[in-house]
Design a protein around this ligand. Structure first.
Ligand SMILES: O=c1ccn([C@@H]2O[C@H](COP(=O)(O)O)[C@@H](O)[C@H]2O)c(=O)[nH]1
Length: 289
């Protein structure tokens, strides 16, 4: 299986860095003239995939908006994951799972195991129970050609109090939580036997596009890591960040940014989404070039 990092790199080259977030909020469904039900979510999702196919390369369903509709919502999600894959989109399941290691492994099987009904290309994950708790999932993801995005410096302002806290113990004492997680992920990618041959690693982090990374202890002025670090970056559009902010916000990490926008794009509605995607692809392309 081609490593996730390699597939991500190919998508960046072919379609750029924009990721359409599939967040069927009740307000979005209303704007689309669809009911706030699993059926409404299905109709929206299918049209969104149709608009995305051939225009962009990455989609991020937010699982919470499917869970809202219970088992029927999950059935819709299974269908959309398969449709997105068939449309050639790279899918990041935004599930933010985390627990003791043995349980996280089960989450990994649910979302990343080839053949699972919920199979995605990558998932978001939390390491707040320790980086060691997600190690086996990193290994399993890597062997299956899948990816992970570990929460590090998220886009919500209230996260700062925890993510900027400074570690007192461990080999990373003196680092902020965000920095320790980021360095742990970079180190993990560098520890692969074929690391030197890889341009981009398969394990990434979540950095909010609205987050002041240096205040979180992340050095954005140094040399980019080798292999490069995939960075899932929500916060564009509705939360206020713009494509022109990418260089200033992410510095040497800009080349690995997966720029997620959900509500700001979806609110263009079924007839406007395709054009909105095309416009944004150009804007991100110009900002990252
Ligand atoms: O730090 C984070 C991590 C994840 N998210 C998720 O991204 C989208 C953002 O949606 P918008 O409508 O573009 O604001 C949503 O699914 C969040 O759960 C995040 O915002 N910040």
């Amino acid at each position: 299986m081609t490593p996730f990092g390699e597939r991500l790199e190919a998508v960046f080259a072919a379609y750029g860095h924009l990721c359409l977030g599939l967040d069927p909020h009740a307000s979005v469904l209303a704007a689309w003239g669809r009911p706030d039900s699993a059926e409404g979510v299905r109709e929206l999702g299918l049209r969104a995939i149709e608009a995305a196919a051939g225009r962009i390369g990455i989609m991020k369903p937010q699982v919470a908006f499917f869970e809202r509709h219970g088992a029927a919502g999950y059935a819709v999600l299974e269908r959309l994951l398969a449709e997105a894959r068939d449309a050639g989109l790279l899918v990041i399941a935004d599930v933010k799972r985390g627990d003791i290691g043995s349980t996280v492994e089960a989450y990994g099987e649910a979302w990343l195991r080839p053949g699972s009904s919920l199979e995605a290309d990558a998932m978001t994950i939390s390491a707040y129970q320790g980086l060691g708790s997600i190690e086996q999932v990193m290994t399993d993801a890597e062997s299956a050609g899948k990816g992970l995005f570990v929460l590090a410096a998220t886009s919500n302002p209230e996260a700062a109090a925890i993510q900027r806290a400074v570690l007192q113990q461990s080999s990373r004492a003196g680092s902020t939580v965000a920095q320790a997680i980021t360095q742990g992920v970079i180190g993990w990618n560098q520890g692969r036997t074929d690391a030197a041959e890889r341009a981009v690693g398969s394990i990434g982090v979540v950095f909010g596009a609205t987050t002041d990374l240096p205040s979180a202890g992340i050095d954005i002025d140094g040399q980019p890591p080798r292999p490069g670090l995939p960075v899932l970056a929500p916060g564009f559009g509705h939360q206020g960040a713009e494509p022109r902010d990418i260089r200033a916000r992410f510095g040497s990490y800009a080349g690995g940014v997966v720029a997620n926008e959900s509500r700001s794009l979806l609110m263009a509605g079924p007839d406007g989404l395709g054009d909105a995607l095309a416009r944004r692809v150009d804007e991100y392309g110009a900002a990252i070039a």
